[in-house]
Design a binder for this molecule. Structure first.
Ligand code: F6P
Length: 344
């Protein structure tokens, strides 16, 4: 078979490991030719490709980023977009395209399949871990480890100076990274998008902690966390040209409020894209490899309109329709039942 591969949306540690596994299984076991499209859907529409071979992917397993480049945006944004995608598939004699992407890219893949009968298979990707249908996305474990390492380092400096450190982590709609890194890093407070917070309560917890003689505190806040109505004003959030709210900044506002209301010296730390960069953890390399192998097998099974998903120890297939337009929120038994036990 001749199979196209693209990476779409934000990058994520493990993308190269997925591509490498697709190529390895495709070339060696199925005798496939794998074509890489550069810069997501732009590369499909403009036929910008590179050959992907076992040889060209050598050494890519531990590398962060994506050898294919990535973009946001969709062929549906342009009146000619879908016909250009179809023409590429037909003219290049492709049997299918594997789309490695997050909610946005998987929605596009689903629509191309359901409404335009294009042969696509999805691989769910995001450090946010918020895709419905899969118990885990690759990149998440790496992001949690990076955030935990940062929190560990912040503990020692916070304790030396008797400071409150507010650490902002990624997580637009769900607080998976915040919750897991908060538990792993021993945070005094974790704020997540799923549960609007009351700044008075946050400050009261930190004051209580100080009264008990703990003068340093770590507060972890997910970028998408919001104060309860009337709690405090965070102003307006900017929107980028794809309509995405531009996050990054709630940590500064929370730190300022805590400092102002409690009088404790409080510093913000925004981890930002550090969480998405660099080498994937061993866990993510394994999951990415499992996903890549399952994706090329799905192509050979003709499982169009499906995506590979982690379920238990293995990888299964699920309908793209099951995932798109929905968010996988933090399991409240983890947030309320475990993380909150350790809140100040
Ligand atoms: O969706 C993954 C993610 O890393 C989010 O956590 C974050 O809000 C967003 O991407 C950042 O996107 P960009 O790199 O386009 O600023």
């Amino acid at each position: 078979m001749r199979v196209g591969v693209l990476t779409g949306g934000g990058d994520c540690p493990g993308l190269n490991a997925v591509i490498r596994a697709i190529v390895r299984k495709g070339e060696r076991s199925w005798g496939d030719e794998i074509v890489g499209f550069l810069d997501a859907w732009d590369g499909v529409r403009e036929r910008r490709t590179i050959p992907l071979t076992v040889e060209s992917m050598r050494g890519s397993l531990p590398k962060g980023g994506t050898v294919l480049g990535t973009r946001r945006g969709s062929p549906f944004d342009d009146p000619d977009g879908v016909s250009e995608v179809r023409a590429t598939v037909d003219d290049m004699g492709l049997d299918g395209i594997i789309v490695i992407g997050g909610n946005g890219s998987l929605s596009v893949a689903c629509k191309l399949h359901d409404e335009h009968d294009l042969p696509v298979v999805g691989v769910p990707k995001t450090i946010d871990n918020d895709i419905v249908g899969t118990e885990m996305t690759f990149g998440f474990n790496t992001a949690v480890q990076i955030a935990t390492d940062a929190i560990d380092r912040l503990h020692t400096t916070a304790e030396s100076h008797d400071r409150v450190m507010v650490v902002e982590v990624m997580g637009r709609h769900s607080g998976w990274i915040a919750t897991q890194a908060g538990i792993a890093g021993g945070a005094a407070v974790v704020l997540i998008p799923e549960q609007p917070f009351d700044i008075d309560e946050v400050c009261a917890r930190i004051v209580r902690r100080h009264e008990r003689g703990r003068y340093a505190s770590i507060v972890v806040v997910a970028e998408g966390a919001l104060p309860k109505e009337g709690s405090f004003d965070i102003g307006r959030r900017e929107v980028d040209r794809f309509g995405h709210v531009r996050f990054g900044g709630i940590g500064y506002l929370v730190a300022e409020e805590i400092g102002r209301r409690t009088g404790f010296e409080t510093r913000p730390v925004l981890l930002g894209h550090v969480q998405r960069g660099g080498t994937p953890t061993a866990f993510d390399r394994v999951l990415s490899t499992q996903f890549g192998v399952a994706a090329i097998d799905a192509v050979h099974a003709g499982a169009w309109g499906q995506m590979v998903v982690a379920r238990g120890p293995g990888v299964e297939l699920a309908s793209l329709e099951e995932a798109v337009g929905r968010t996988r929120y933090v399991d409240m038994s983890l947030y309320e039942g475990v993380a909150q036990i350790f809140f100040a």
